[in-house]
Design a protein around this ligand. Structure first.
Ligand code: BGC
Ligand code: NOJ
Length: 814
């Protein structure tokens, strides 16, 4: 069953039923001001940091779910009836309900009692505000008197404190109201120099800023007392719960449409110009007023929306494909790229499943997110890489997370996740291949943000490399530390205390447990590093990287192979994890995918055998399971992985993030059929017809789909913020379709299904547009290129002559 449909032409997913299995969300904003918005207008907004600069309130995991949002109420003043055109919070039986989730905007509309209303929510490029462009049309034959009420609830900035520290917070709320604009200025009197504003383009019949005055004690957002009464009380919040509500009266003739604009925004003043007059406690509104005036103007709003559409046309235009598979096209051309922007911006901070207070930007996560984003806005990828590198520690290790607002490493989580440092090399290599910006390697970057410790970025990679060599275990494999990619394989944790963090508790000295996964990651990173060193003229260093990679590969062959597949790890007792010898957890996906994608086992048949084992033991119709058999009980020596009931999350869930590693591995052994088959199994668009089982949005990947051991096999969870986005994007574009940025040019090496007659693609790369046509002349994966009609050696299209902006590439597959 479906709850809507894809409108590929307009790049929208259109939801036609408000009660989707879960709130289906979208993101507003793509630079500094952000919001999440559900298909019924739930969600919240923040500036840069979902924890430290939260603008509006949202109550996670509430009953009913998804409450707190950007709500508008319509009221028929003759009958007193009122409803929400976005369904929530009043949940009336609306006609023609639609929610169009588009790229950076959401439009929710409906008809009720002869009144059509729709709201277009979006954030203009380069601005720290969101616009609600509300249009209302009277389809009655009569002339009703209508009232419109807006509402939002302000958060007192730090979302964690806001949800817990009530003894203080009930006394600090402050607002100002001037010219119909509601300004939220809690804590502005002391150390903050920022505030929020909520404005309306029409003359007001009233306003409220105290939640209780609007909602009424013991009532909910579905039946606010003030809306029921049809009149706001011009309340001024002193303490308690500051909110914003405007009341506008409308007089609409038959078939007449009117437009109203609401603005919600964030503004900062220079510390020395906070007040106006300076000796007062009144907000200085000099610089914010022109911004408000500009966007209360319909013409500017229309232009801003058009600019947003064009911005996305430009970004998506960088890579467009036309394959025989509609789901591939839709994901590559629209939604997967869009999701990569969201993961780049949010890391794992704010979604319907990530509360925005838990995590900052992950070192491992952000470096991987970059892989799917770097072609869109390379300058931002560059900045991110340098920010990440600046949180690296002098040991070569890394803070596991940092806060986006301060850009400082997070001490609560700390470091010692021994895979972390290598992701920096992979992120940087992707950046270099996309841009050819070798200058980045010379950027002086500190360690742990300590002034004076700066070294060229390139030196940071040596530290990453050395970090692993300094931490080898009894078999010569890398020590795992707190965890590797799998945050839940905690081999040094040994926690028997409820509530203790599996990620930060360490009860063992960490000198025994080893990770085969990190070994594979090391091999891949060392080879990437050698490529970089080579091109920088550092041949000796390159040799050393290659030699260490070869040595590690050898160690994996000796101690990391279980006979039919790659082992996963050794625990603190030196016992195998992910082996035939284990009672449960005999085979893991991570090492099968990552060893082969790193090139291990390609020359001795192990790659093929590992892939056969994946197909035999791990693959299901809903995707590839993380490990089998699932752990049926808690194992002290394995940690969080065995804390999950079987079939969920890391305990034998289908962890979509590492499915693409297997797809890449299949392309490396030339198996395009299987690679694309695995791709299709987790492709959200392909899963749209089973939305009632899948439950999450059909337009973005979810982190996890319940595995076969779970009673809800096939049910997705934790949509949007997952490394799945970047990895699937890279897998389909670079490995299956085979269009791969490389140092010397664009490499084209498709490994597509045998049944495909060919495909077309357009790729902008370093200022040149490549028009690529692939045709199958035989069943294999051999490529022959013709560049601008002339046969060309190898699979890399050489950079064209200066000034040439368009290149045609014809590829024959035999
Ligand atoms: C989750 C992991 C996640 C980790 C991060 C765990 O509870 O299962 O997927 O990486 O938390 O803190
Ligand atoms: C989600 C985390 O964000 C990521 O860093 C980790 O690799 C996976 N979970 C697997 O545990």
């Amino acid at each position: 069953m479906k709850y809507g449909y894809f409108d590929d032409e307009n790049r929208e997913y259109v939801i036609t039923q408000p009660d989707t299995p879960l709130p289906w969300i979208n993101y507003l904003g793509c630079q500094a001001y952000f919001g999440i918005i559900s298909n019924t207008a739930g969600g919240y907004s923040f500036y840069r940091d979902a924890r430290l600069r939260r603008l509006t309130r949202y109550r996670y995991n509430n009953v009913p779910c998804d409450l707190g949002g950007r709500y508008i109420y319509l009221r028929d003043d003759e009958t007193g009836e009122f409803w929400s055109p976005s369904w929530q919070p009043t949940r009336h039986d609306l006609k023609n309900y639609t929610c169009h989730h588009g790229l950076g905007y959401t439009i929710i509309g409906s008809r009720y009692s002869g009144i059509e209303a729709r709201t277009n929510y979006f954030v203009p490029l380069g601005e720290d505000l969101e616009i609600w462009r509300f249009t209302v049309t009277n389809r009655r034959k009569t002339r009703p008197s209508l009232s419109i009420f807006s509402s939002i609830e302000f958060c007192l900035w730090d979302a964690q404190d806001d949800a817990t520290n009530f003894q203080r917070n009930f006394s600090i709320g402050e607002v100002e109201i001037e010219g119909g604009v509601i300004y939220h200025k809690t804590e502005y009197r002391e150390r903050r120099n920022h505030f929020a504003f909520f404005a309306c383009s029409r003359e007001l019949a009233g306003f409220d800023t105290q939640r209780e005055a609007f909602v009424g004690a013991y009532r909910g957002w579905d039946k606010p007392a003030a809306v029921e009464r049809g009149r706001l009380s011009n309340s001024v919040a002193h303490g308690w719960a500051p909110m914003g509500a405007h009341h506008v009266k409308l007089d609409l003739g038959p078939d007449e449409t009117q437009e109203l604009i609401f603005l919600l925004g964030y503004h900062e003043n220079p510390a020395e110009q906070k007040f106006d007059p300076p000796a007062s406690q009144t907000l200085n509104k000099k610089t914010v007023k022109p911004i408000i005036a500009k966007y209360l103007n319909g013409a500017h709003v229309a232009t801003a929306f058009e600019n947003l559409r064009q911005y996305w046309d430009g970004l998506l235009g960088i890579c467009q494909v036309e394959t025989p598979d509609v789901h591939t096209n839709r994901m590559v051309n629209i939604w997967n790229a869009y999701q990569c922007m969201a993961t780049f911006n949010m890391s794992r901070s704010a979604s319907f499943y990530e509360s925005g207070i838990g995590r900052g930007l992950g070192f491992r996560d952000s470096n991987q997110d970059l892989l799917g984003f770097v072609h869109m806005v390379p300058a931002r990828a560059r900045e991110r890489l340098l920010d990440l590198a600046a949180t690296q520690l002098p040991t070569g290790g890394a803070y596991h997370q940092y806060q986006p607002l301060t850009k400082r490493g997070n001490n609560d989580v700390g470091s010692n996740f021994n895979d972390d440092p290598h992701w920096l090399i992979l992120g940087a290599a992707a950046y270099l291949k996309e841009t050819g910006d070798w200058g980045i390697l010379d950027e002086p970057i500190p360690y742990d943000n300590v002034l004076g410790s700066e070294q060229p970025l390139y030196e940071h990679f040596q530290h990453s490399f050395q970090y692993t060599l300094d931490r080898l275990g009894p078999h010569g494999l890398p020590l795992i530390g707190r965890a590797d990619w799998n945050d839940c394989l905690n081999l040094n944790c040994f926690s028997d205390t409820p509530g203790e963090s599996f990620q930060t508790t360490t009860n063992k000295d960490g000198r025994a447990a080893e990770s085969v996964f990190i070994a594979a990651l090391f091999v891949l990173a060392a080879r990437e590093l050698a490529e970089i060193a080579q091109r920088r003229g550092r041949k000796d260093e390159a040799q050393r990287y290659l030699a260490e990679a070869a040595k590690m590969e050898d160690t994996v062959r000796k101690h990391g192979w279980d006979g039919e597949w790659f082992l996963r790890a050794y625990d603190d007792f030196g016992r195998k994890v992910g082996s035939q010898e284990c009672a449960e957890g005999k085979i893991f996906i991570e090492t099968q995918g990552f060893c082969v994608l790193a090139g291990i086992g390609l020359d001795d048949g192990r790659a093929q055998r590992a892939m056969e084992s994946v197909s035999k033991y791990l693959a299901t119709d809903h995707g590839i399971i993380l490990q089998q058999p699932a752990y049926s009980k808690y194992y002290l020596e394995l940690g969080e992985i065995s804390s999950y009931p079987p079939g969920y999350k890391e305990n034998a869930g289908i962890f979509c993030h590492n499915n693409p590693w297997v797809m890449i591995a299949e392309t490396r052994i030339g198996n395009g059929d299987r690679a694309h088959d695995y791709y299709a199994r987790i492709n959200p668009s392909a899963r749209e017809p089973i939305s009632e089982l899948h439950r999450c949005e059909p337009y973005v990947y979810a982190q996890m789909i319940a595995g076969r051991d779970a009673p809800t096999h096939g049910e997705a969870k934790n949509s949007w913020l997952t490394g799945t986005a970047a990895w699937n994007y890279c897998t389909i574009t670079q490995w299956i379709l085979g269009i791969r940025p490389f140092y010397e040019g664009l490499e084209i090496r498709p490994v597509v299904p045998k049944s495909w007659r060919g495909f077309k693609a357009t790729r902008r790369f370093r200022g040149v547009t490549y028009h690529i046509t692939v045709e199958r002349a035989g069943p294999g994966n051999q490529v022959a290129l013709r560049v601008n009609g002339v046969p060309s050696e190898g699979a890399v299209v050489p950079a064209p002559a200066e000034g040439q902006r368009e290149v045609t590439v014809d590829v024959t597959l035999t």
